[in-house]
Design a protein around this ligand. Structure first.
Ligand code: CMC
Length: 387
């Protein structure tokens, strides 16, 4: 389509369309810097490598929401508030249980989060303080909801939270019914930390679009969950692991990838709208694969297939086309090691990303402007109604 030709009636200026808003800036933010050229990621100025080595998900959530690392007492208070909010209203547990058989986990998560507003006395209080409290509620309760979905999906009973445990350990406990090891907690917590924030990606943007109408935080986060669900966004990690299972063994990887690429298929877990180099989060997760690869024959096989595909894809499409592993490629073997079932990968992504979503919404509301872009009308005008 020739987009620079504009009729006088439509506009006086020449139109440049950024399909998919690619390369378009719509706001300023102090939360996250994604440097797609150099493969760097910063949360509030701290590099992802620095945070992955020294911090944890709770501290990072505080950092994202408040713009600074917490003092010891601030972190204790934040963690205590997360604990206070863990239990789910029994009606929410019923909703999850009742729709579990019929629905995909992301539909259940979206429905349950939307329903949470009915049990929040501050649901429509739009002050900064109330929105901060609701953010903490959402971070805490989305983990409980996701664990409950995991329980009901496998026809097990809901497990109440254990307040002697931190956020990540409690999630694994509510999912599995037993206390995780220190190694499992550390690895799961690092996964949450790595997925917590990524500037104005599709789901965060959708949270802001809803928020910019001065709707409420539950509506905004519900929009984000719906957007995250897509296979081009959050669901790619599930599909990447399904691909590894389909390939079955490292010996089949070469033929599979060659066939897929010659059939113009996309390889899930590769490519990114912003990173045209190795995604720094994928690098950290790749190191985790080294830590877990001898844990079981299944995990070892998945790791070996992943490494084979990684080498092939970098040779074929990395340097030449800027298509490198993204955060979703190596996640599957890690979640398999942790016993997180495949259909919970995207809800777990949401359990983490909710910190980023809320942080952006709170920041955007400081200086709200209705988000309302234009589309360039190319249809007909002044048609006569058929008589
Ligand atoms: N495998 C093979 N080819 C690819 C891939 C891939 N994973 N990704 C992009 N390409 C090709 C694409 O076919 C196109 O080729 P051509 O120009 O010949 O038609 C070219 O690269 C440009 O693709 P695009 O769709 O215009 O690029 P984009 O910036 O819109 O794509 C993307 C970004 C993430 C949608 C895409 O890379 C993709 O579909 N990846 C697979 C899904 C995936 O892993 N998503 C997770 C993204 S990271 C986590 C998150 O943010 O949620």
């Amino acid at each position: 389509m020739e987009i620079n030709k504009v009729t006088k009636e439509q506009s006086d200026f020449s139109v440049k369309i950024n399909y998919g808003l690619e390369g378009a800036y719509f706001t300023e933010s102090k939360i996250c810097k994604v440097d797609g050229v150099n493969g760097k990621l910063y949360y509030r100025g701290y590099s992802i490598e620095e945070l992955a080595s020294h911090s944890n998900f709770e501290e990072v959530s505080f950092l994202l929401l408040n713009g600074k690392l917490p003092r010891k007492d601030e972190l204790e208070e934040f963690s205590a508030n997360l604990k206070k909010e863990r239990e789910l209203p029994k009606e929410i547990v019923h909703i999850i249980k009742n729709i579990t058989k019929k629905e995909d986990p992301m539909h259940i998560l979206r429905t349950a989060v939307s329903a949470l507003s009915a049990y929040d006395p501050e649901a429509d209080v739009n002050t900064k303080e109330a929105n901060m409290r609701k953010s903490i509620r959402l971070i805490s309760k989305m983990a409980s909801i996701t664990a409950a979905i995991g329980r009901f999906k496998t026809e097990k009973e809901y497990i109440a939270p254990d307040n002697s445990l931190g956020h990540s350990a409690n999630f694994l406990y509510m999912l599995h019914g037993n206390k995780p090891s220190e190694k499992e907690i550390k690895i799961f917590d690092r996964m949450l930390l790595l997925h917590a924030e990524h500037s104005s990606n599709a789901s965060t943007f959708s949270v802001l679009v809803t928020g910019s109408t001065l709707s409420d935080i539950y509506s905004a986060i519900t929009s984000g969950i719906g957007t995250l669900k897509g296979p081009l966004h959050g669901e790619a990690d599930e599909n990447a692991l399904r691909m590894l299972y389909e390939i079955k063994s490292p010996d089949n990887a070469e033929r599979y990838i060659n066939d897929a690429l010659s059939g113009k298929q996309r390889i899930m877990g590769f490519g990114h709208r912003v990173y045209k180099t190795y995604d720094p989060r994928a690098r950290v997760i790749r190191e985790t694969l080294e830590e877990i690869k001898s844990s079981s024959p299944e995990v070892k096989n998945l790791v070996d297939i992943s490494f084979k595909i990684e080498t092939m894809m970098i040779e074929k499409l990395g340097r030449s086309h800027g298509i490198w592993p993204n955060v979703d490629f190596f996640s599957g073997p890690v979640y398999t090691y942790l016993g997180v079932p495949i259909e919970l990968f995207t809800p777990v992504f949401a359990v983490s990303r909710v910190s980023g979503w809320c942080s952006h919404l709170l920041e955007y509301w400081e200086n709200n402007r209705l988000i309302r872009p234009l589309d360039y009308y190319t249809g007909e005008l002044d048609l006569k109604y058929p008589k």
